[in-house]
Design a protein around this ligand. Structure first.
Ligand code: F6R
Length: 364
C-alpha cells in the first residue's frame, strides 16, 4: 500500500534510506571492512573487460558504474543501451564480463542482449531487483538489489540500490585485480555505509524542493547539466521529468553545452545544474556561468559549500548534505526524483501510471 503517501513514487523515494541500507548490508562486511560478492575472488581477477548493457534508468546506473570500474579497477568498459548493443556487432573477447542491469529482469531488449553475450562466451552478471525473473535465472553471477517491489512506473529506489551494488562490485573487482589496498577498501566501505543517512538528510529538503517546483512546472523545455558521475544523473533527471510531467527535458555533459545546446538558452529555459563539491566542481560551475551569462534560469543542486561559492544569481538552490564524491550520485538522485515528482503533481499528471509507459517493457 501507499501508506501515508499520496503516490507509490513518493513512498518509494522515501524508502530509499532503508532499502539502500538493506542492499548494502548484503555486500559490505562492516567488521573486517571489506566488500564481498556471492562469488569466489578468483573469478573476478581474470576479467579483462566489462560490457555493461541496460535500458532507461538502469542504463544510467550502468553509466555511473563505468566511471567506478575504470577508476577503481582500471578495467576497460564498454557501455550501451540494450536496443543498440543487440544490433551493432559488439566485439566480445573471451574472458569478458557482460553486466546487465534491470529492475524487472524481464526487459526484452536487455534479455535479448544477455542471451547474445552468453552465446559469445561472456560471463553473465545480472544486477536485478526480481530474483525470480528471467535475467536472474540466466545469470552466472546474480547480484540482487533489495529494493522491494517497485510499483511506480518511474524507477526510483531500484536506481539507488543498483548504484549501491555496482559500487560494491567495482570495489570487489578492484581488489581482485590487486588495485585496492586494504586501506582504500576500508575507505570505500565507510563512504558507502554513509549513504543511507545522507539520503535521509537529502529527503529533508522535500518541502524546499516542492516550494521551487513552480520554476520548472511552467517551462516548456528544461536542461540538466552534470559532469563525471553527475552526467548520468543529469540524464536521469531529464528522463524522470519527461516521463511523469511530460515536460521536454534533456541532460547534457556540462562541458558539451558550448558545442551546441547553449543555443537553446534564454530566460524561459530552467537549467538544473548538479554540482556537488569535489574535483569537478569548478569546471561545472564555469559551464553554469556561461549559461547564466545568456540569461538561463539556473537551479543549482550542490552542498552548502558549493552554494556559498556559486549560488549567487541562481533562481533557486537546493542544498544537499556534504558527501564523498563516491556516494554523490546515490544522494543527488533524491532531489532529482523529488523535483520531477513535485512538478508532475503540480501539473496534475498520473504520477504512478504515466501515459504511454509500462512498468516492464517485454517487447523489443
Ligand atoms: C524510468 C524507467 C525505465 C526503466 C527501463 C528499464 O523511470 O522506469 O526507463 O528503467 O524500462 O527497466 P528495467 O530496469 O526493468 O530493465
Amino acid at each position: 500500500s501507499k501508506g501515508n503517501h499520496r503516490h507509490y513514487m513518493l513512498k518509494e523515494i522515501y524508502e530509499q534510506p532503508i532499502v539502500v541500507a538493506q542492499t548494502l548490508r548484503s555486500y559490505l562486511q562492516r567488521l573486517d571492512e571489506k566488500v564481498t560478492l556471492p562469488i569466489p575472488e578468483g573469478d573476478l581477477s581474470a576479467i579483462k573487460r566489462v560490457t555493461i548493457v541496460a535500458c532507461g534508468t538502469s542504463f544510467y546506473a550502468g553509466m555511473v558504474a563505468r566511471y567506478w570500474f575504470e577508476q577503481f579497477a582500471r578495467v576497460p568498459v564498454d557501455l550501451d543501451v540494450a536496443s543498440e548493443f543487440r544490433y551493432r556487432a559488439p566485439v566480445m573477447e573471451p574472458g569478458g564480463l557482460a553486466l546487465f542491469i534491470s529492475q524487472s529482469g524481464e526487459t526484452a531488449d536487455t534479455l535479448a542482449a544477455l542471451r547474445h553475450a552468453k552465446k559469445e562466451g561472456q560471463t553473465i552478471a545480472v544486477v536485478c531487483n526480481v530474483p525470480t525473473s528471467s535475467m536472474a535465472r540466466e545469470a552466472d553471477l546474480l547480484l540482487p538489489t533489495h529494493a522491494g517491489p517497485e510499483i511506480g512506473v518511474a524507477s526510483t529506489k531500484a536506481f539507488t540500490c543498483q548504484l549501491a551494488v555496482l559500487a560494491a562490485l567495482a570495489a570487489n573487482l578492484a581488489r581482485a585485480k590487486g588495485r585496492l589496498s586494504h586501506l582504500e577498501e576500508r575507505a570505500i566501505v565507510k563512504h558507502l555505509a554513509e549513504a543511507p543517512a545522507a539520503i535521509n538528510a537529502a529527503l529533508a529538503y522535500d518541502e524546499a524542493i516542492e516550494a521551487m517546483a513552480g520554476t520548472v512546472a511552467s517551462a516548456r523545455d528544461v536542461l540538466y547539466l552534470g559532469r563525471g558521475t553527475d552526467y548520468p544523473l543529469a540524464l536521469e533527471g531529464a528522463l524522470k521529468l519527461k516521463e511523469i510531467s511530460y515536460i521536454h527535458a534533456e541532460g547534457y555533459a556540462a562541458g558539451e553545452m558550448k558545442h551546441g545546446p547553449i543555443a537553446l538558452i534564454d530566460e524561459n529555459v530552467p537549467v538544473i545544474v548538479i554540482a556537488p563539491s569535489g574535483p569537478l566542481f569548478d569546471k561545472t560551475i564555469s559551464n553554469m556561468q556561461e549559461v547564466m551569462a545568456r540569461g538561463g534560469k539556473v537551479v543549482l543542486i550542490s552542498d552548502y559549500d558549493g552554494i556559498q561559492a556559486a549560488g549567487e544569481g541562481c533562481v533557486a538552490t537546493i542544498t544537499m548534505p556534504k558527501v564523498h564524491p563516491l556516494i554523490a550520485p546515490i544522494v543527488y538522485a533524491v532531489p532529482v526524483q523529488l523535483l520531477a515528482y513535485h512538478v508532475a503533481v503540480m501539473k496534475g499528471t498520473d504520477v504512478d501510471q504515466p501515459r504511454n509507459l509500462a512498468k516492464s517493457v517485454t517487447v523489443e
